[in-house]
Design a binder for this molecule. Sequence first.
Ligand SMILES: [Zn+2]
Ligand SMILES: [Zn+2]
Length: 200
Amino acid sequence: MKSFEDAAAFHGHVCGGLAIGYKAALYAAELLDLSFSPDEEVVCITETDSCAVDAIQTVLGCTAGKGNLIVHRWGKSAFSFYQRDTGRSLRLVLRPDAGEQSDEMKALRARVFSGAASDEERRRYQTLRQQQVEDILRMPPEALFIVKETELPLPAPAVMQDSAVCSVCGEQAAKGFCSVVEGKYVCRPCAERMKLNLRN
Ligand SMILES: [Zn+2]
Ligand SMILES: [Zn+2]
C-alpha cells in the first residue's frame, strides 16, 4: 500500500485535505478489501475537487485517465468507492466536526493568505497545520467518517470508440461524443458553439 509520503509527493505539499483523502482511501480499502487498482477494478466518485482527491488517486489508483475517478465539484467531503467485480460499494462522508480548524488557525490562515502575516505568525501557522495533519492521520477512521450507502450509479466501464473527423473544425473526436448534423459528424465543442449561435 502507498504511504502518506507517497501521496504528499504526488500532491506537492502536505495538508489537512490530503490527510483526509488518505484516511478515506485506507478506510475504504479496509471495509471493501480494496487494493491499488492497475485498471478499473476500483472506481471512486468524489463530491469535491479538493486536495483529498489526490491521496485517493495515489493509494487506490483511481485516475481520470483510466475513467475510474469521477470528480463532482460540489464542495462536499464525500467519497463513494465501488469494487467492480463484487459490486460492493460504500460512501464515506466526513463528519461535520472532524478535520475542523481551531479559531487560532482560522485567524492565522486568513492573515497568511492575505499576505499580512509576520514571519512568526507564518511559522506558527505551519506548526498548527502540521499538528492538524498528524491529528487526522492518528484518528480512528470511524471518528472521521460516517459510512453510508452509495447513491450515485456506478459509471459503465470505459470503452474503446471509433473516431470521426468533425465536419466543422476538422479535428478528430470519438464518435460517441459527436453529434450528427445533416448526416455529418460534429464534435462536442463545435456542437455547443452551433447551439449558442442558434440561440443568439
Ligand atoms: Zn493540499
Ligand atoms: Zn469540431
